[in-house]
Ligand binder design. Structure first.
Ligand code: NAP
Length: 484
């Protein structure tokens, strides 16, 4: 099947649907959304592990143009967020524009338009492409010796095996990140034993999660300004963390809260407290929030193992001290292959240049959105647009404003393409890296997926999100070449 549209959007998570809704809202009807799965939702479709919830407040973790007065909790859980994205799909009439089952394998610019090819051979021609697959969708499975010999059940947190009944099982969980701390307390009561392999202890704060009373929800429905105000307050409070990220000495206050929480939770278990106390500055890795993780670790059927995992046998996980931990199930909460957001896709830009080659030393873009030599290609949540403190939906909305302005500029100028100037892109990235110097992410004493193998932060936005919004409000013509 061959289709020709103005804009091809890849992915139907928050990024893809957000872009699609804004295009539809602007009367730009010539677009399709190409989705590899069979339903919308992106990460909120894929992650169905028990306890999956957002750690950003729902009022902020939603589109400003589509507030949801009916959030039942301050931090919504996965089914509710997924339902919200389904409702956005219907509210903006997007469903008929979504092509499910399209796994994109190639993007090629021919001087006038992009050819977007799917694994099944379907082709879409488009003036512009919006790449919205997100950086956290390819599961990372550590290459542990002997894993293929294991006779039990193995799965990754983002591919939860719901057919595998965990009741009475001896379960190994590898990883103690954002996903793991959510599902561990959920599965702990039903498993026979839970051996938790922790490589690095994370910082954990209590989660101010609570039900939103029906009366308050009714008020949000009746007086939307109240919800708007609530959103603004949350936004402002979250932004206050930025100063600490950039100046780690200020993180001591937040770290004090986390230490007090550790003291309180482990007053009776100093042995366990020593194991789970982090040895880096808070904020260096994502700050986690949970009210039940520490309690779960204290249960009799839980063993926190800090020895390095060296191999897997037919029946267990062996650690560096030679102990074989006998289990029948291994769950990997080991995160995602960040930076490989474009996976195996071959992206060919101007003069046959391949994005993989341009990015051989790591991904770079202008404002995390456009890449020199790849005209009319817009990356959602591209390099250095991630956040450790606030809502990615805010960043996504900023980017969609930029994309709409770029399309407007193309229309009004009559140009075929907008191509970012290499020198402007380089100057932007030099500035980003300069601003990241001394930040908690580089100087906080941890290794995280925020940094690449050379210690460069290609992931996070180095400042306030309102600064990003200001810069993406409109295209700065000086940053780009208009190709006629
Ligand atoms: P993650 O935060 O990257 O955590 C991965 C965990 O696995 C870490 O504890 C890591 O240890 C460990 N690990 C990785 N490779 C390992 C190996 N080879 N051997 C032993 N341990 C290994 O992954 P995630 O929990 O899936 O979360 C990923 C991201 O998704 C989060 O940072 C967050 O941005 C997002 N997320 C968000 C929410 C939300 O509520 N909004 C919820 C879940 C996830 P080290 O620390 O030593 O590397």
């Amino acid at each position: 099947m061959i289709e020709t549209v103005d804009v091809a959007i890849v992915g139907s998570g928050f990024a893809g649907l957000g872009a699609a809704a804004r295009l539809a809202g602007a009367g730009r009807d010539s677009f399709v959304v190409l989705e590899k799965g069979d339903s919308v939702g992106g990460t909120w479709r894929d992650n169905t592990y028990p306890g999956c919830a957002c750690d950003v407040q729902s009022h902020l973790y939603s589109f400003s143009f589509a507030p949801n007065p009916d959030w039942t909790r301050t931090f919504a859980r996965q089914p509710e967020i997924r339902a919200y994205l389904e409702s956005i799909t219907d509210r903006y009439g997007l469903r008929e524009r979504i092509r499910f089952g399209r796994e994109i394998t190639g993007l090629e610019w021919d001087g006038t338009r992009w050819t977007v090819t799917s694994a099944d051979g379907d082709v879409v021609h488009a003036r512009a492409v919006v790449w919205g697959t997100g950086p956290l969708h390819l599961p990372s499975l550590p290459d542990i010796a002997g894993l293929d010999e294991f006779t039990g059940t193995v799965f990754h947190s983002s591919r939860w095996d719901h057919d595998h009944d965990l009741r009475g099982r001896r379960v190994a969980v590898i990883g103690t990140g954002a996903s793991s701390i959510q599902f561990v307390p959920q599965i702990q009561p039903e498993v026979a034993s839970l051996t938790l392999f922790q490589r690095t202890a994370p910082w954990v704060l209590p989660k101010p999660d609570r039900e939103i009373p029906g009366a308050l929800r009714a008020l949000y429905r009746l007086v939307p300004a109240v919800q708007k105000l609530q959103r603004a307050l949350i936004y402002g409070r979250n932004e206050m963390l930025v100063g600490g990220f950039l100046n780690p000495a200020r993180m001591k206050v937040v770290e004090g809260f986390a230490r007090a929480y550790l003291d309180r939770k482990f007053a009776d278990r100093p042995d366990l407290k020593a194991k789970v106390t982090p040895d880096f500055t808070i904020g260096c890795k994502r700050i986690l929030m949970s009210n039940d993780y520490y309690s779960a670790l204290k249960r009799d059927n839980v063993d926190v193992v800090t020895e390095k995992v060296v191999r897997v046998t037919e029946t267990g996980v062996v650690t560096a001290d030679g102990i074989s931990h006998e289990v029948d199930t291994i769950i990997f909460g080991t995160g995602f292959r960040v930076g490989e957001g474009m996976g195996e896709v071959t992206v060919t830009g101007r003069d046959g240049v391949k994005l993989h080659d341009v990015w051989a030393d790591g991904p770079e873009a202008l404002l995390g959105t456009t890449v020199a030599g790849f005209p009319n290609l817009f990356l959602m949540i591209g390099p250095n647009t991630g956040l450790g403190h606030s809502s990615m939906v805010y960043m996504i909305e900023s980017q969609t404003s930029f994309i709409l302005d770029a399309l407007r500029l193309l229309d009004t100028s009559g140009a075929r393409a907008l191509d970012t100037r290499r020198d402007r892109q380089d100057a932007f990235n030099a500035d980003v890296q300069k601003r990241l110097e001394g930040s908690v992410w580089t100087s906080g004493g941890c290794q995280s997926w925020y940094l690449d193998e050379n210690g460069r932060n290609r992931t996070l936005w180095p400042g306030y999100t309102f600064d990003y919004r200001r810069r993406t409000r409109a295209v700065n013509p000086a940053d780009h070449e208009l190709v006629h």
